[in-house]
Design a protein around this ligand. Sequence first.
Ligand code: URA
Length: 236
Amino acid sequence: MRLDKLLADSGYGSRNDVKKLMKDKLVSVNGLIVTNPGYKTDEEHDVITVDGEIVRYRRYAYFLLNKPKGYVSSTDDPDSVLHLISEPDRNLFPCGRLDKDTTGLLLITNDGDLAHELLSPKHHVEKEYAVTLKDPLAEEDLERFKEGIVLEDGERCRPASYTIEDDHHCRLVIREGKYHQIKRMFQAIDNEVIELQRIRMKDLVLDDDLPSGCYRELTDEELSSLRRRDPGSEED
Ligand code: URA
C-alpha cells in the first residue's frame, strides 16, 4: 500500500497533510526517512514511524457512534449518519439500521465481513434498547414478547426478553432486526413507542458519557468480542 494512503487511513490527516509530514522528514520506514508519498509499504511487516511514534495500521476502521435524532442509517443521504464522522474516506457504512428518530449505539465500519456476522439473521446477535412508551406498561402484554409476538401484518418475531423499569419505561432485548421491529412489537400490544435508544449490540455497550452525535474508536477487546460467534448462532 502507498505510504501516504496508509498514513491518511491511520489518522495522520489528509493525503496533503501526510505529504507535508514526509517533506518535513518526519516519516520513517524501518529506520530510514522516506519523503516519497508513493513509497510502497508492506503494512504487515514494515515499522513505520511519524515523528518517532510507531504507526499502528488498522486495515479496517470501527467506530461506535452515539446517533442523534434526525440522521438516517444510509450512506448516500443528505442526512446520513456518516456526516457525523470526520475521518478519511474509507468506504465507511453503518452496520445495521436505526430509524431517523431512534438514538444511540450505531457501529460504523468498513469491515463487510464483521457487518455480515453481526447482521445475519442466523447469528441472533442481541440488541438492547431503552424504550419509552406512551401508555402505561402491562406486564401481561409484555409477557407475549417472551414467546415471540405476532406483528399486525402476521409476521412472527423471535422471543425477546425485557425488564420493566417503571410504568412507561422498559429495556428490551431482541435477536433479529425486522423493519421498525420494536415500534411494531409495541403496536401489537396496543401501545406506542415515543422514545427509542439502542444501548447495546452483543457486548458492545453505549458509553454513558459519549455525547449525542459523537463517536469513538472501538477497543481491541470490544472488537474481539464482536468477532466471536455466540454458541447459539446457526451456521451460514
Ligand atoms: N426497532 C425500531 O422500531 N426502530 C429502530 O430504529 C430499531 C429497532
